[in-house]
Design a protein around this ligand. Structure first.
Ligand code: RTP
Length: 148
């Protein structure tokens, strides 16, 4: 089953949106396989956003991510990477439809509340970076009511 890495960014934590965000993934039927709160340093944030290191907004992005604790999670389920991105909304909250997390709770790109892996490859890399000791192997008793 597919897994994705989801991170509630410092603004999402400070604004008390952790429960709201978890509820959206949980109610959809996805399975939480790993979760931790963490404060990361510049070097770790740089590793997470390595692919964006040449972008002009990279330093600002790293400063944002290290500005407070984040909540890192692994969610599992059918098409969870693409569906997770739909639940999150577009990178720029102004382009995000109401009903998405960014569409409901954010205004600016530099304070867009949440991160979600954008491909199988980046999910694999991000899960290995954030959860080097692995995740929790379990299955909800509701599995048969979510999948046919
Ligand atoms: P994320 O990785 O956080 O899920 O966001 P994303 O895929 O939707 O967007 P990406 O292009 O990977 O950018 C990562 C984060 O960098 C910030 N950003 N700022 N032009 C800008 O100022 C700019 N562009 C991107 C956003 O916080 C974005 O989520």
């Amino acid at each position: 089953m597919e897994q994705t890495f989801i991170m509630i960014k410092p603004d999402g934590v400070q604004r008390g949106l952790v429960g709201e965000i978890i509820a959206r993934f949980e109610k959809k039927g996805f399975c939480l396989r790993g979760m931790k709160m963490a404060s990361v340093d510049k070097s770790f944030a740089g590793k997470h956003y390595q692919d964006l290191s040449t972008k002009p907004f990279f330093n600002k992005l790293v400063d944002y991510i290290i500005s407070g604790p984040v909540v890192a999670m692994v969610w599992e389920g059918k098409n969870v990477i693409a569906t997770g991105r739909k639940i999150i909304g577009m990178t720029n909250p102004s382009d995000s439809a109401p009903g998405t997390i960014r569409g409901d709770f954010a205004i600016e790109m530099g304070r867009n509340i949440i991160h979600g892996s954008d491909s199988v490859e980046s999910a694999r890399k991000e899960i290995a970076l954030w959860f080097p000791d692995g995740t929790v192997n379990w299955q909800s008793s509701l599995h048969g009511w979510i999948y046919e």
